[in-house]
Design a protein around this ligand. Structure first.
Ligand code: TXA
Ligand code: MG
Length: 314
């Protein structure tokens, strides 16, 4: 049985108590819902992997309430510090050297010498992290390889009966996962996400190097099938073919639309919800087509997720 907790004082206290008992709890962040567990507990982290049926070699992000808490688990270099000052709390994850005395379960970092950390801005996430008082490992709260959840009922669709509770904080405002950056010595973008590349580059006063898996639209060998709906997916479509559900953007109209006005912020916040709706309309044997989305601002993260959703299934 998975219980739904309201995001009031009582619900947050119950969620924190479940985390302290080594259980896993889904909770809202400004990007997507996370599936949280005590990052110091091998058992809790193993439960996260088990609930998601996630391959064990894929490391998790550790969520902390502020920079001081981050410094207890990771080494914050000069560039990381500048990015943290500019963008935390917010949709930015930094990959940092893991401290020897971090106490973080090796299952979290999958044995790497680095750890991904993030300070979420969502008030419910902040209150939960402070009530629990420890580091919370949390991947997105969906079965591995499926569309990320941006509402509590999305979490239940995928994980009901497999996790202790979901803390309901309403829909996520940003709608795509955090931007991941390796900050020091030289910044590298590892995943485009809810913090636009342009904002990062403006704060750093120069361009960011692209990691192997980020910002490479024409490298199909590097695309794995993540975020996958059941139906097949075609990108950059301007018209629906017979039997296709077209998801529009701006001037391209469809049965659904990411944003009728061509607003990338609205489109990001609606992306995963719209993928679910299109999947339902198309049915398992059906096809989904997406209108082109410009490759700037949050459009980068949207296109990254769509390319993965359209990639051949592993
Ligand atoms: O917005 C988000 O980031 C959400 C919310 C819940 O915070 N979380 C999220 O987690 O998207 P997840 O597990 O779905 O994605 C974590 C990503 C993975 O692609 C993983 O490879 C990368 O972070 N990652 C984690 N630790 C890393 C490390 N030490 N080095 C490089 N990449 C790392
Ligand atoms: Mg995920």
């Amino acid at each position: 049985m998975t219980i739904t907790l309201a995001s009031d004082e009582d619900g947050i206290a119950k969620a924190a108590a479940l985390l302290a008992a080594g259980d896993v709890v889904a909770f809202p962040t400004e990007t997507v819902y996370g599936l949280g567990g005590d990052a110091r507990s091998d058992r809790a982290v193993a439960r996260i992997y088990a609930a998601k049926a996630r391959p064990g070699f894929n490391p998790l992000i550790v969520h902390l309430p502020d920079l001081a808490a981050v410094e207890a688990v990771a080494v914050v270099g000069p560039k990381a510090r500048a990015l943290a000052a500019a963008f935390w709390p917010g949709p930015l994850t930094l990959v940092l050297p893991l401290r020897a005395d971090s106490g973080i379960s090796p299952l979290v970092s999958a044995g790497l010498a680095t750890v991904a950390v993030r300070v979420p801005a969502h008030p419910v996430a902040q209150r939960l992290l402070r009530a629990f008082g420890g580091p919370v490992a949390a991947p997105s709260a969906n079965p591995s390889g499926r569309v990320s959840p941006t509402r509590a009922d999305h979490v239940l669709d995928g994980l009901s009966g497999r996790i202790a509770a979901v803390l309901d904080g309403g829909p996520c405002a940003v709608g795509v996962e955090s931007t991941i950056v390796l900050a020091d010595p030289d910044p590298v973008l590892l995943r485009p996400g809810g913090l636009p590349l342009e904002a990062l580059e403006a704060a750093m006063g120069g361009p960011l190097a692209m990691g192997d898996d980020a910002g490479k639209p024409n490298a199909p060998g590097q695309l794995s099938s993540h975020y996958a709906p059941a139906a097949g997916l075609r990108l950059a479509a301007t018209q629906a073919r017979p039997g296709e559900v077209l998801v529009g953007f701006g001037a391209v109209k469809g049965a659904l639309s990411l944003s009728a006005t061509g607003d990338l912020v609205e489109a990001a916040s609606r992306l995963f919800q719209t993928l679910r709706e299109a999947d339902r309309l198309a049915g398992p044997a059906g096809h989904i087509a997406f209108a082109p989305v410009p490759e700037h601002g949050l459009g980068r993260a949207i296109n990254d997720r769509l390319r993965r959703a359209a990639a051949p299934r592993a």
